[in-house]
Design a protein around this ligand. Structure first.
Ligand code: KG4
Ligand code: ZN
Length: 338
């Protein structure tokens, strides 16, 4: 089954064609990052307008690259939630038009389920059940993936997502948007024990996390240094920050592995590209004898291939939408009825 997949929830317009949920025939991305960088973050209206301008040509390009005609597409998968609402609407409306014109099923895909499914592309042998640490720009949670379309959230951030904090700290340090990758690079040259940063334990659920206190503490440290005209060792602050984020994530994931008994751990989302988090997860999971699934960097960030992968399993589960499909800025990963 060839699925044409569309992703437009933030600042990447992406169209992919994925066969049977696992084989990427083509994966086209038009990134807007350079444009938003001028403003230090994503400007929603600009994002929507750029998606509209890019999406048609990108879909044509995807078909051409895969050497397929529209008749050879068997379904249209699209990110319908969550994301910047104007941006998601562009993809949903385009997908509806293609589904109507081709008379093929319209498959709504939750963006975060898509991030998890990036692992099905990277690891063809991976099948649920497994545990997944989701760390993206907008979400941070530990998910029990019981089946392709059946999940349970074990713990989640109670405030900011890890990616948001990377971007905010990066911005205050004068790094280009999005700050995560630059901060990661700087951290590799720093001393992670130089700056003491908090390790919050919020709420009653031991799997829940909090990042806003860490973000504020880091920003206060930078602002205080500026006020007293002290030079910050940026590389070491980045290293200390990455370690603090990793310390919030990795022990909770390990606890979840121990308590669920799972021996398979997948990681998903843009922050899964972080080298400190990757290294810490690999070594902690190895101690437990658990298998770790870390997508390549190209599949960590937003892309449409992951939407096509999850779309296949949503289709098999009968999750098909009609022309009334709407877009949502927020929606649970658990998949309540549309
Ligand atoms: O999953 P994603 O592409 O978009 C969302 O769905 O939110 O994640 C984007 C986030 C941004 O916050 C970006 O700074 C972060 O992923 N990111 C990183 C790294 N590469 C991207 N964070 C830490 N280390 C990285 N190497
Ligand atoms: Zn994403």
């Amino acid at each position: 089954m060839n699925i044409l997949a569309i992703e437009s929830s933030c600042d990447e317009t992406a169209v992919a064609i994925v066969k049977d949920g696992r084989e990427v025939l083509t994966d086209c991305i038009a990134s807007q990052v350079d444009l938003h960088r001028i403003y230090g973050g994503v400007v929603p209206e600009i994002a929507s307008r750029m998606h509209i301008e890019a999406i048609y040509a990108l879909a044509d390009q995807a078909l051409e690259k895969a050497q397929l005609t529209r008749d050879q597409i068997d379904g249209i998968a699209v990110t319908y939630a969550p994301g910047l609402i104007g941006a998601v609407l562009v993809g949903v409306n385009f997908a509806k038009a293609v589904a109507m014109a081709t008379n093929k099923p319209l498959i709504p895909v939750h963006h975060i389920r898509g991030h998890i499914a990036a692992n099905y592309i990277a690891y063809p042998e991976l099948k649920p059940p497994f545990l997944c640490l989701v760390v993206s720009g907008g979400h941070t949670m530990i998910v029990d993936v019981q089946d392709y379309t059946k999940m349970e959230i074990l713990g989640t951030t109670l405030d900011d997502a890890a990616g948001e904090c990377f971007d905010k700290v990066g911005r205050v340090l004068g790094m280009p948007y999005p700050g995560g990758a630059a901060l990661d690079k700087a951290a590799s040259m720093g001393d992670d024990s130089k700056y003491p940063l908090p390790r919050p334990n919020p709420g009653a659920n031991p799997y829940d996390m909090s990042f806003s206190g860490l973000k504020t503490a880091t920003l206060n440290l930078i602002h205080h240094a500026e006020q007293v005209e002290e030079t910050i060792d940026t590389n070491s602050l980045c290293a200390s920050f990455c370690k603090a984020v990793s310390d919030a994530l990795v022990p909770r994931v390990i606890m979840a592995l121990e308590q669920t008994g799972y021996k398979k751990l997948a990681v998903a989302g843009g922050v899964a590209a972080n080298s400190r988090i990757r290294a810490d997860i690999l070594s902690a999971a190895a101690d437990l004898g658990a298998e770790v699934y870390l997508p390549p960097l190209s599949l960590c960030g937003d892309n449409a291939a992951m939407i096509g992968a999850q779309g296949y399993y949503e289709f098999l589960a009968g999750n098909i939408a009609d022309m009334k499909l709407n877009a949502y800025a927020t929606k649970s990963i658990l998949g309540e009825a549309l």
